[in-house]
Design a protein around this ligand. Structure first.
Ligand code: NCD
Ligand code: ZN
Length: 343
């Protein structure tokens, strides 16, 4: 049987929520990944080191016994974040980054930053204390077409941030466009990007053709085929600026299949398998290990993991839902066959 063994990977962009949803999703991530960068967009958001340390304990309590998993915590940047908190975060062994959500850009972003120029002094502090800034790169202007929001953010905002803070490590999260790939490629070594499985596997027809498919709706929204091809080329090209970040974002099925459905794809149940499918289609399985296991750790200045995981070329059918006792989460590729399976 065909197998693929790689160093244990990390997920550099993950939502695990809390409470019953956390308990449902955490085993999926912990069996595949050694570590994950945990997003702070809870309700209310995780804005202080003390909150993140408490959330970290809650996450660890949801990791099944026998699995070795380390949550890498982040803080949610707001207009009221202080320089003191940035210093404290940079000094904490558990906090690895700040996350910038433009106010209103995505799920639980109401407390995000409304005026990005106004937080430049905070970017200066992150640069000085050397803690990375993770950016959800979309404008929120209602006059801007939803498919253009990432490209316009690069032109009107990100370019200026990069120019003003040349020493600030930035991850442009979940890039979805040719323009974002180009921006990251052309930028200094301090700027990198994560890429999700859904943006490698699907183009926007997956949301809108043949009926509305709410489980393919996430933000930034999946773009047209030419952008998908640029993302596949970036992910499989062996460039260390591009690494794995699933953006797995669980929502209850009832909140996705809704007149106003939530944004976010749940992919943690089969993250590596989904990436393997995308890399195999591009005839680049030999590039999966760098993307999944090395480049993210290197960017965050973490040691590379020891140990390995093995994928087998075995078809299996993804369940229609995960969860119990009132939790029902529909996974990406529900009821469909995947060709790779984690041993
Ligand atoms: C994420 C979520 O649900 O928290 N949703 C999404 O569509 N990706 C938030 C985010 O990363 O934008
Ligand atoms: Zn996200």
């Amino acid at each position: 049987m065909k197998t693929l063994t790689i160093t244990r990977p990390d997920d550099l962009h993950l939502h695990v929520r809390n409470g019953a949803v956390l308990k449902t999703v955490m085993p999926h991530t912990a069996r595949q990944f050694a570590r994950a960068i945990i997003m702070p967009n809870l309700k209310p958001p995780v804005t202080t080191v003390d909150q993140a340390v408490a959330y970290r304990e809650e996450i660890l309590a949801a990791v099944p016994a026998g699995l070795d998993f380390t949550p890498l915590m982040t803080l949610y940047l707001t207009g009221s974040t202080t320089v003191d908190e940035i210093k404290k975060a940079a000094e904490s062994e558990h906090i690895h980054a700040f996350k910038l959500y433009p106010a209103g850009a995505t799920t639980n972003s109401d407390s995000g930053v409304a005026n990005i120029k106004a937080v430049y002094p905070l970017f200066a502090a992150m640069e000085k204390f050397d803690i990375p800034l993770l950016i959800h790169g979309e404008v929120t202007d209602d006059a801007c077409d939803i498919f253009d929001r990432e490209r316009v953010f690069i032109d009107t905002c990100l370019t200026d941030v990069a120019k003003n803070f040349p020493g600030l490590r930035i991850v442009v999260e979940h890039v979805t466009t040719t323009e974002a790939v180009q921006f990251v490629q052309d930028a200094g070594a301090n700027i990198a990007a994560t890429i999700t499985p859904q943006h490698l596997l699907f183009n926007r027809n997956a949301i809108l053709a043949g009926g509305i498919k709410p489980h393919h709706y996430c933000l930034p929204i999946i773009k047209r085929e030419s952008h998908r091809l640029a993302l596949v080329e970036a992910a499989t090209g062996g460039n260390p600026k591009f690494f794995l970040g699933t953006d797995s974002a669980p929502h209850l099925t009832s909140l996705k299949e809704n007149a106003c459905g939530c944004a976010g794809c749940y992919s943690a149940h089969a993250a590596l398998e989904l990436y393997a499918e995308a890399f195999e289609r591009a005839d680049a399985l030999d590039k999966l290990e760098g993307f999944a296991s090395f480049y993210g750790a290197d960017f965050y200045r973490l040691p590379r993991n020891s140990g390995t995981v093995t994928l087998e070329k075995t078809a299996w059918k993804v369940p229609s839902v995960y969860g119990e006792n009132g939790v029902s989460i529909t996974p990406l590729k529900a009821n469909e066959e995947l060709s790779w399976k984690l041993q």
